[in-house]
Design a protein around this ligand. Structure first.
Ligand code: NAP
Length: 321
């Protein structure tokens, strides 16, 4: 029987599905040496939220497939996996809608100051009817700029255009005709998007091209009233530049699900800013979606080990060897 390493706890039914096909070794990824030794002795692996470096795979000659319980695969060196002949599978689609819900929650929470004012009520400060000091800004009818209009960006565009009557601008390397037709999304260059959007929403994967794609210059080119929404990966934004832009009033606010360092350090300046909504990377974190992702990743892994995986493959080149 083939052997796989699981570096994330799995739902009982998903674990039992895997055990029908392979021997499962569960490891705690914080025990680095044990984790690396287990990888060396395995045919496959499943997990998420841990960086898997080339050096961790030295001597892992049996390893044929890795399956991440996420759509993003920036935790892996894909070129290195391809060189080693290791298939990498991921879980697109199953998390699209719940992540788009999180993005929209961030848009609404920041515009209407939901978190800040709920804390204000709990602190006993609601002693008279509210005044302009508690007002927010409208979402409906405004312009949303989506940087990276793919699966999740498309689901955000649908909510924005059909639910909130928003204008949608987007940037991509290639056009998304479906979103243009269905939601009136208009493809523009990044400077035009930044200059016109009331909400700038990042939904690109983290790559060498997208790292720090929003820095001091980009923040300066946004409207002073704009709100930056990031539920992609923390490092798509230059965090230090964002902190300074928020402190200086260069932009109005930010709503962030992801950070350059996670968990967010207790001394992060973001935690002291009333105009920042900070969430603990909950994009896809509902019971239903996380279960569907684990199931999907397990099925991807078994299919990859059996040589039948046809979808959800990051490095398709390995399959055609
Ligand atoms: P996707 O369908 O591949 O969409 C990504 C979009 O980004 C595509 O439209 C792509 O279009 C565009 N893009 C890629 N590189 C670009 C570049 N250099 N410049 C401009 N646009 C670029 O992926 P998805 O399923 O929507 O997921 C997107 C990302 O969201 C994931 O990679 C992940 O990091 C993040 N995510 C976060 C959470 C969370 O918990 N917060 C949950 C799920 C996903 P082109 O190829 O035409 O450029």
């Amino acid at each position: 029987m083939k052997k796989i390493v699981a570096w994330k706890p799995l739902p009982a039914d998903v674990l039992s599905y895997l055990q029908q096909h392979v021997q499962v070794v569960q490891v705690d990824p914080t025990q680095h040496d044990t984790f690396v030794a287990a990888l060396r002795d395995a045919d496959g692996g499943i997990g998420s939220s841990v960086r898997i470096t080339p050096s961790m795979l030295e001597g892992a000659t049996r390893l044929k497939a890795l399956s991440t319980i996420s759509v993003g695969f920036d935790q892996f060196d894909v070129a290195d996996l391809t060189r080693r002949g290791i298939v990498l599978a991921h879980t697109p689609d199953v998390l699209t809608e719940s992540t788009a819900d999180t993005v929209f929650a961030l848009i609404l929470a920041s515009a209407r100051r939901v978190v800040e004012l709920a804390d204000w009520v709990k602190a006993g400060q609601w002693q008279h009817s509210i005044g302009t000091a508690q007002f927010g800004v409208d979402v409906q009818g405004k312009t949303l700029g989506i940087v990276g209009l793919g699966r999740i960006g498309g689901a955000v565009a649908r909510r924005a255009a059909l639910g909130f009557n928003m204008k949608v601008l987007y940037t991509n390397r290639s056009a998304n005709r479906e979103a243009e037709e269905a939601y009136g999304a208009r493809r523009v260059e990044l400077p035009e998007l930044l200059a016109n959007a009331d909400f700038v929403c990042l939904q690109v994967p983290l790559t060498s091209e997208t790292k720090h794609m929003i820095g001091a210059a980009e923040l300066r080119s946004m409207k002073k009233s704009a709100i930056l929404i990031n539920a992609s990966r923390g490092a798509t934004v230059d965090e230090q530049a964002l902190i300074e832009a928020l402190q200086n009033g260069t932009i109005h606010g930010a709503a962030l699900d992801v950070f350059e360092t996670e968990p967010l350090p207790a001394d992060s300046p973001f935690l002291k800013m009333a105009n920042v909504v900070a969430l603990p990377h909950i994009g896809s974190a509902t019971h239903e979606t996380r279960h569907a992702m684990a199931r999907n990743a397990a099925e991807n892994l078994i299919a990859a080990l059996e040589g039948t995986l046809a979808t959800n493959v990051v490095n398709r080149e390995v399959l055609v060897r």
